[in-house]
Design a protein around this ligand. Structure first.
Ligand SMILES: Cc1ncc(COP(=O)(O)O)c(C=O)c1O
Ligand SMILES: [Zn+2]
Length: 421
């Protein structure tokens, strides 16, 4: 049983029954799930939530699924106190939400788990998506788990590791000769003609809800409080808005104090329509043609860009774009300070965080959470040219030479005969 009641238009407020549908018939604005918050408030408490499963489904009462969920073990990822990185950036209370540690290595498993559950409830036998790479893997994995078919569409220039990462689950994997925005346009046409559960098109309102679990988890992991500042990446802008919505809902349900979190959105400079609009003081997000190595967040015409912009402004947050080189520096900085290997989208977040701390937009005592939303190993190619191993022959002389070691002879304290070293 869920407390979801209707789909409601975010602009004109028109309501629709819960169904596979994403835009308002009257004004073409996005629809979102609305809930009976009064009934929800009576049913949930901190205690009850904290006794739930150690997965995103501990927040089931705040999500729209009715039947048994399609769950591949997503969520409840670590919130790490990042003391090393914090010291480097001058932030006393810095945390990393490490969402690389989901089953398909990105936060996408959260929204997909909810959308796939709804797809099954609505009677679809096939899942589909338009993806920059991570979503494809997640949709294919959930289809496999639910014994459904999957059609996943990606731009033809997606990273090879992302293709393999989706193909392993055996979906119909379609590469489209064009940008993500072309993929999305094609998929919108496919949705109109064929009965498919398109995770981020006709199921988008449910998909959106899954990302809220990132916000719930962080608040619970902080001991039921909202962060002072959040830095998160944006592609379509949906994730960013849902972190905020989650904190807002928890405050409304009196599970945390009123949230006054400053929300900072980060994008790659080669695909930063939301940041551009923020900096220009505009209310309109003008589409761009992406050109960046940070492919997972390279969306030139973001569906929820307007709402992401509004959250950044209204929360007293901000927006920050970083170059491709800075994204790579950010990946290295996170790996070398906290031992977390993120993909380039995480590098964007870390470099944006660095800039925001340096300019004082985020103050050193503010409790700040940086959302690291995808893992590095599937996009190693962008780092290949920076790898410089030290090569040696398999003998000590060679090793000492290449490492410029003095050729130590006193092994006292090193060799341990008893251990057979
Ligand atoms: C790793 C990663 N982070 C963040 C995002 C942004 O998601 P959204 O489209 O909800 O803004 C994506 C989207 O594909 C992603 O792959
Ligand atoms: Zn409307």
């Amino acid at each position: 049983m869920s407390f979801a009641q209707t789909l409601r238009c975010r602009k004109c407020g028109q309501e629709y029954p819960l169904q596979p549908m994403n835009v308002c018939d009257f004004c073409l604005s996005p629809l979102e799930v609305s809930y009976d918050y009064q009934a929800m408030a009576k049913a949930i408490s901190r205690d009850k939530l904290s006794q739930g499963p150690r997965s995103m489904w501990r927040y089931r009462d705040l999500l729209p699924a009715e039947d048994e969920e399609v769950d591949i073990g997503t969520g409840f990822t670590p919130l790490v106190k990042a003391n090393n990185l914090g010291r480097e950036l001058g932030l006393e209370q810095l945390y990393i939400k490490n969402d690389c540690l989901n089953p398909t290595y990105s936060f996408k498993d959260r929204p997909v788990s909810v959308a796939a559950s709804k797809a099954r409830e609505f009677g679809f036998d096939t899942l589909a998506c338009a993806s920059t790479g991570n979503l494809a893997a997640s949709v294919a994995a959930h289809a496999a788990k639910a014994k459904m078919k999957a059609y996943v569409f990606v731009p033809a220039d997606v990273e090879p590791g992302k293709l393999v990462g989706a193909a392993i689950y055996n979906p119909v994997l379609i590469t489209v000769n064009g940008s993500y925005d072309d993929v999305n346009r094609l998929c919108a046409k496919v949705t109109q003609k064929y009965k498919l559960g398109f995770i981020n098109i006709n199921l988008r309102p449910y998909y959106a809800e899954g990302s809220k679990t990132l916000g719930y988890e962080v608040a619970e992991q902080l001991g039921w409080r909202a962060p002072d500042c959040v830095v998160a990446p944006a592609a379509s802008g949906l994730l960013f808005t849902r972190i905020w919505k989650a904190l807002d809902e928890l405050a409304m349900l009196r599970l945390i104090e009123p949230a006054n979190t400053h929300m900072f959105v980060s994008q790659a400079a080669g695909s930063s329509p939301i940041v551009n609009a923020f900096e220009a003081g505009s209310h309109h997000v003008n589409p761009v043609v992406p050109s960046t190595i940070v492919k997972s967040i390279a969306i030139g015409n973001p569906t929820d860009g307007y709402y992401a912009l509004r959250v950044a402004r209204q929360s007293g947050g901000g927006a920050c774009a970083v170059t491709d080189d800075e994204a790579i520096t950010g990946m290295k900085l996170l790996a070398q300070s906290e031992g977390i290997f993120t993909e380039a989208a995480g590098g964007v977040v870390v470099s944006a965080l660095k800039k925001l701390a340096a300019t004082g937009a985020i103050k050193h005592q503010e409790l700040t959470v940086a959302f690291i939303t995808g893992a590095g190993p599937r996009t190693q190619d962008i780092l290949a040219s920076t790898v410089q191993p030290v090569a040696t022959e398999p003998n000590l002389e060679s090793l000492e030479k290449v490492l410029s070691l003095p050729g130590q002879t006193d092994t006292k304290g090193y060799a341990n005969k008893d251990r057979g070293d």
